[in-house]
Ligand binder design. Structure first.
Ligand SMILES: Nc1nc2c(ncn2[C@@H]2O[C@H](COP(=O)(O)OP(=O)(O)OP(=O)(O)O)[C@@H](O)[C@H]2O)c(=O)[nH]1
Ligand SMILES: [Mg+2]
Length: 328
């Protein structure tokens, strides 16, 4: 996993502790900040559901059907919403007044079975992050933010302009590389796998710590583009075995349930290891974190909370649940 405690080889006069503190504050969300960011999700997913049942004496079919509708509206997905309400239907122990605790325990169990939310990182190898997702999800911005954070943590960072499909995509990544002060491999006009090949060769020869691979946005139903992703993944596996630390799906939080079908098809194409949820700022659809954990056993590891370089946070499940249920 990624450690904030390693000495920065390029560090100036900052002590390791100071560097560690600044890295931490950069990546970690303050509890208040997180609470504010997900406040619309909290209203949608928790407050509305709790308000609909809390005054009742017992759960009955009428109340549970209403609750199921609210959970579906809050982007939990039909399957998960009905499995939660069915659980309540089949028992008499949990009363409506205890709904908040019940939901918290349910969500916690689901999120925790999806695996660790720590970003994989190995000090001893090149660390490759393969970033995929549909058009406009926030892939390129996420790469810039990640690059900036790794660079601030003292890592040598290279970007691969693997989106050779959309006009001016390489130019866009180049501008971000300059802002984040990291290097880039850009070979306009050749195919994505060839760019990635050159980038891996450079990263290995020049001992980079981190290689972030940008890819073209693609709809999950475009078969040839999905096959291209697979081809790029084969290049990584062949040229740099054990270096692929994350195959990450970037999901726009506002896409809600459509995120579930994206996760399915991208997972089939490249064997995803994690999700980055972008545009959580202002979104009411953060419940998708739980739905994806349940359906695909994929942990959310990063969250995007704005358009600037510093608007990337590490996802912490405990803080997320506490903020959602306002228990800190
Ligand atoms: N509010 C907000 N906007 C974001 C966030 N992440 C990205 N964006 C915006 O979303 C838009 C698309 O971002 P890109 O990074 O270009 O998305 P992409 O997935 O690379 O898009 P394509 O390359 O066209 O597939 C830009 O306007 C970004 O500024 C976020 O966390 N919050
Ligand atoms: Mg892009």
């Amino acid at each position: 996993m990624f450690s904030f405690f390693k000495k920065n080889e390029n560090s100036n006069n900052e002590t390791v502790e100071q560097k560690q503190e600044s890295s931490k504050s950069f990546w970690n969300f303050s509890f208040e900040g997180l609470k504010k960011t997900i406040s619309n999700t909290t209203t949608n997913l928790i407050d509305n559901v709790v308000a609909s049942v809390v005054e009742e004496e017992e759960f009955d079919d009428f109340i549970l059907d209403d609750m199921e509708d609210l959970l579906i509206k809050a982007d939990l997905g039909v399957g998960l919403a009905s499995s939660i309400t069915d659980k309540l239907r089949k028992q008499t122990k949990v009363k409506p007044s205890q709904i908040k605790q019940f939901l918290k325990e349910e969500f916690e169990a689901i999120i925790k079975t999806a695996g660790s939310s720590e970003l994989n990182y190995d000090e001893n190898t090149l660390n490759i992050y393969f970033i995929t997702g549909v058009n406009g999800a926030g892939k390129t911005t996420l790469i810039a933010k990640l690059a900036n954070n790794f660079r601030l943590s003292g890592k040598k960072v290279l970007l691969a302009a693997g989106d050779t499909f959309r006009a001016a995509a390489e130019e866009q990544l180049d501008i971000w590389a300059q802002r984040a002060q990291v290097d880039i491999v850009r070979k306009d006009g050749i195919d994505s796998a060839a760019v990635v090949y050159d980038a891996i060769k450079k990263a290995q020869a020049e001992k980079y710590n981190v290689l972030l691979i940008d890819t073209a946005g693609r709809l999950q139903n475009k078969r040839n583009l999905m096959e291209e992703l697979n081809k790029v993944k084969s290049v990584i596996d062949k040229l740099a075995p054990n270096c692929l630390k994350e195959s990450m799906l970037v999901l726009d939080a506002n896409t809600g349930q459509n995120g579930l079908s994206q996760a399915k098809l991208f997972s089939e194409a490249v064997n995803l290891t994690s999700v980055a949820l972008t545009k959580l700022d202002g979104s009411a659809k953060g419940g998708i974190i739980i739905a994806i954990a349940k359906e695909f056993q994929l942990p959310v590891k990063l969250i995007g909370v704005g358009e600037k370089l510093e608007d990337l946070k590490l996802f912490n499940p405990n803080d997320f649940l506490d903020a959602l249920f306002e228990q800190k």
